[in-house]
Design a protein around this ligand. Structure first.
Ligand SMILES: Nc1nc2c(ncn2[C@@H]2O[C@H](COP(=O)(O)OP(=O)(O)OP(=O)(O)O)[C@@H](O)[C@H]2O)c(=O)[nH]1
Ligand SMILES: [Mg+2]
Ligand SMILES: [Zn+2]
Length: 308
């Protein structure tokens, strides 16, 4: 039996790396069940697996998935029951966003961050394409950076085209297993190609007309970096369905709301209309950003719809 690292998963076939870089094409043995979660894919990128090599050498059958340190999941849509593991055993996740071309909505950022909080995977935010920004866009970016860094999320101002702050970012990724996520067309794959030019992964200009990416990357895949560690490139996502969070627990995944909630009069306060709600009065005073509060309400609202 061999032990290896899953670097690509396309549903039923897996690329597994073992012995310092040899790659085996693997399938799964019969019904391999992974206990804790119901997902469309039992094995994901980043999983450590045990597999049996077939006679021919560079192929194998996966027998067992070892326990995961963590994983991150997405639902196909807000209300969908089916969920998909994007990757497992991550050190950190980077959300790549752009102010324009394409424009990343704030709510998308908040849903992503709440999900990573729920899975206890540290998240950081990359603002890419700063070379394209005029005064207005730069102002908007700085506003968001001050909002998110105050909460505790590290932010990077990046231009892959002009290679601004790229060393800062590669230092933050060094010797770690990093996942990069974000809307289609923000520049995720461009980042991997810049950091490891031997990859020559496919990238594509965003659509002239829709100002959106064209969903060029289709499967998550893990790539080694010359500076040590790995980056997992992922397909661009549109909406980000938040995984099943208990209604009473959603605010736990908004760190600044959670911190303030200790001062609410009622221990089970949902920060809606309850009297003595410290969170709402903080929003009114501008101490908690109203956009964040709105994202919280929207996630809560999805949850309401689930039971209708
Ligand atoms: N101006 C500018 N363009 C950039 C920058 N980074 C990436 N791009 C361009 O953005 C376009 C989309 O880049 P990709 O790397 O394919 O985007 P992606 O996030 O991988 O997209 P999907 O695979 O569809 O999710 C390409 O034309 C890149 O050249 C940047 O810093 N500045
Ligand atoms: Mg891509
Ligand atoms: Zn409250």
């Amino acid at each position: 039996m061999e032990k290896g690292l899953v670097i690509k998963s396309t549903g039923s076939r897996y690329k597994v790396m073992f012995d310092q870089g040899i790659i085996a094409e693997c399938t799964i043995k019969g019904k391999l069940r992974v206990k804790e979660i119901q997902t469309t894919n039992p094995i994901a990128v980043g999983d450590i697996v045990l597999f049996e090599k077939t006679q021919t050498g560079n192929a194998g059958i996966i027998i067992k998935v070892l326990d995961r340190k963590n994983y991150i999941i997405r639902k196909s849509s807000n209300l969908s029951k089916r969920s998909q593991i994007i990757a497992a055993n991550l050190d950190q996740v980077f959300l790549m966003v752009t102010i324009i071309l394409p424009e990343t909505p704030v709510e998308f950022i908040d849903r992503f961050l709440a999900t990573s909080e729920a899975y206890r995977v540290p998240a950081k935010i990359i603002f890419n394409k700063v070379d394209l920004y005029g005064d207005q866009e730069l102002e908007r970016m700085e506003l968001l950076i001050s909002l998110y860094s105050k909460i505790g999320y590290e932010c990077f101002r990046l231009s892959l085209k002009k290679e601004i702050n790229t060393i800062l970012l590669s230092n933050a990724m060094k010797n770690k297993i990093n996942l990069i996520s974000g809307n289609s067309g923000v520049g995720k794959t461009t980042l991997l190609n810049l950091f490891n030019p031997s990859l020559k992964l496919k990238t594509e200009e965003i659509s002239e007309y829709h100002k959106q990416g064209k969903h060029i990357t289709t499967f998550p895949e893990m790539h080694p970096m010359p500076f040590g560690g790995y980056i997992i490139d992922t397909p661009g996502i549109k909406g980000f369905g938040v995984i099943d969070m208990d209604r009473n627990e959603i605010y736990h995944f908004f760190p600044e709301i959670f911190r303030k909630s200790r001062e609410c009069r009622f221990y089970n306060c949902l920060h809606l209309e309850e009297p003595g709600c410290a969170v709402r009065s903080s929003v009114e005073k501008g101490e908690i950003d109203h956009l964040r509060y709105r994202s919280y309400l929207n996630i809560l609202e999805d949850d309401n719809r689930k039971y209708r």
